[in-house]
Structures are given as C-alpha cells and as structure tokens.
Design a protein around this ligand. Structure first.
Ligand SMILES: [Mn+2]
Length: 360
C-alpha cells in the first residue's frame, strides 16, 4: 500500500514514523467552528491541531483559549496544597516579628533555583514595615554534607539565633534533623516534592505528592512548591510582596521544572511558558542567567527553548555541585552585578574567579 505523507486524508500516517495514525477523538464540525469563531487566535488553527488538542482534553473554547493565552491568573489556588495555610501563617508571624530565618536548598538545579527563589521572596517580603533577618541561602555540599538536610547547619543556625528554617526540594525525609532543629528552638517549614514514609515534625509540610493530597497538579517540583508558597503569601496579604514579584522569579521556576523533568502540562506549562518569555527578554533576564547563556553560546539572538534548559543550562548548574562549588551556582542566580555574574559563569576574557573561602 502506498502511504500518503501528510494529514490530508481520514487515514493519516505519521510524517516521521510513516505508521497509520488513529485519532481516538473525533472532532465534530461544530467544535471546529466554535473554536475558529470564538477563540481570538493570532493564527488560524488547522483542523488537525484542534483535533490533537481535543484528544488531550481541550474540548471547549475557554480551555483552548487558555492553552493559547496562558496567564498567571489561571494558576491553581496555592491554599489547595495541604498545610500551605500553616506555612503562610508561620512565615507571616516571622516577618512581622523580624525573626531570623534560614533557607536550606539542595544541590541540583531544582534545589538551587528553589533556594534562590525563597531567598528573593524573603528579602522582598514586608509586613507592616517589618522584615525577616535572612541568613545567606544554603546549599549542601554533595561530598561533605551528603544527601538531605545538613545537621551541621541546623546546629549552627540555632547557635546564631535562627528561629525558623525553610527547606526546599528536601526535608520531607529529614525527621531526625527536624527533631534536632525543634530541640534547639527552631521551627521548620518543609517545601518538598519527594515521597516520604513518616511525616517529619515540621510546623508545615507542603508537598503535592503526600498522602491524601488533592492538589490538582502533583507534578510540582521543589522550586514550583516554593513559588506556590510565594503566591500564597501574596494571596494572603497582597501588600507583603511587590505587585509584580511573582513574575520576576518565573525564570527560576521554569528552569527547575524542566531540569527535574516534570510534565509540562497544565499549570507547569503556564509557568514554563511565562518563564521562557522572561528568559528571552533581554531587558528582564537575570544577569547570572544571561552570563550562563553567553558561555553556552546561546546569546546570539535565538529564543531560548526548554531543550536549551535541559541540555545547556541545567548541566552547567548541576556541575557546580559535582566539583565542590555548589554555592557559586546559588550566587550566580542571585547576583545583581553583571561583572560578578560573568566571573562566576566563566565568560572568557576574565581571570578565573578565585575559589571563595568555604562558608562556615
Ligand atoms: Mn527536585
């Protein structure tokens, strides 16, 4: 049988595979019509595109419109995450009282972007003119600290008067370290997405994959849970963060979601699409990521894609954790200085940066 290329007959074959294509959802003319008339698309979607979307559950015009025009107001209510209310309540108290707060991340892209996002959130947050005293963000060293929450830092923070610790992309299985924190007078908020056996003794444990979770998106990674926490803080008190704050951290969320290989559908697709837009806007990209694009040869004017995240940027950030310089990855994401960013990223024509003294 001669296989026709293209999708012009009812018996289509895949362009690449050459195999017959069996659409499991037939779209009637009415939906095609409705979509064309009611969705204000910038381009005219083909019958095939509408049929593919319908096969994935987009069968009414508002779903299709949301797909083509994603916006942050389509995100789920962050308070649908179990214990988010407790996490927000405890943090609002810490901000109002000016408590000492520490953030503990993890040594992969998700854990580093999550740590950076929380540091920026807590730096920016105000309640009645009051703010937390924030310790520098901490990423464990793979070789010295091993996996999970670093006990040495819990003890050090306690000795420095820290009363609230937030862990991101880690902590769900850190029952022992969280008990130590508690015995030293420190509350712990866990923002994680790893499966755990016994609930640690944290003030709040926010995790979309925990038992009994009903949150509509269980594909949130660590930095995305941290983003939901920032969203919840702002929803709870719209004045506690600058109005456009959430938009400014979407690049971090997008990078973490792609690096952790989360499904880029629904809420995650909105976050990644908006994050990519930020990445591809020269006036808004953060200086550290711009420097990283430069060393990867991706600064030549092409739009950056999720493939670039996965194969160019994420491995460069992960590499820091493998050569004992994980804190420089966090510094790269947080710096506001272009020259520091270029040094840290190793953009040519600069002396290599001296190994920073290991933080105690
Ligand atoms: Mn993760």
């Amino acid at each position: 049988m001669q296989l026709e290329m293209g999708f012009n007959t009812p018996d289509e074959v895949g362009i690449l595979s050459g195999r017959p294509w069996h659409p499991h959802f037939e779209v009637d003319g009415e939906l095609l019509d409705l979509t064309r008339r009611k969705v204000p698309l910038d381009f005219s979607p083909s019958d095939h595109l509408i049929r593919i979307l319908a096969g994935r559950g987009f069968t009414n015009t508002s779903d299709i419109e949301n797909f083509f025009y994603p916006s942050l107001d389509q995100l789920h209510d962050p308070f649908l995450l179990l214990e988010m209310d407790r996490a927000v309540e405890r943090m609002m108290k810490a901000i109002a009282a000016g408590e000492k707060v520490a953030v503990h991340g993890d040594f992969d892209v998700d854990g580093i972007t999550g740590c950076a996002l929380l540091c920026e959130t807590l730096e920016a947050a105000r309640v009645g003119g009051s703010r937390v005293q924030l310790e520098p963000g901490f990423i464990p060293d793979r070789a010295n600290d091993g996996y999970g929450v670093a006990e040495r830092m819990v003890k050090e923070w306690a000795s420095r008067g820290v009363t609230l610790l937030v862990t991101v992309d880690t902590g769900a299985a850190a029952g022992r370290e969280i008990d130590i924190a508690g015995s030293l007078g420190m509350d712990v908020i866990v923002l994680d997405h790893h499966i755990f056996e016994d609930r640690p003794n944290a003030v709040a444990l926010v995790n979309p994959r925990r038992e009994g979770a009903t949150y509509p998106n269980d594909e949130l990674c660590g930095v995305a849970v941290a983003f939901k926490f920032a969203q919840a803080l702002q929803q709870n008190d719209p004045t506690c963060l600058p109005e456009n704050f959430l938009e400014t951290v979407l690049d971090l969320v997008a990078l973490g979601l792609v690096a952790d290989q989360m499904a880029i559908v629904g809420e995650n697709r909105i976050l990644v699409k908006k994050g990519l837009e930020r990445f591809n806007d020269r006036s808004r990209i953060r200086v550290g990521l711009a420097a990283l694009l430069a060393v990867a040869g991706l600064d030549r004017g092409f739009p950056v894609t999720t493939s670039d995240f996965a194969y160019q940027l994420a491995p460069r950030i992960n590499a820091c954790g493998r050569i004992g310089r994980v804190m420089s990855a966090l510094e790269l994401l947080l710096t506001k200085s272009e020259s520091t960013a270029r040094e840290l990223a190793g953009v040519p024509d600069h002396e290599p940066r001296k190994q920073p003294e290991r933080r105690r």
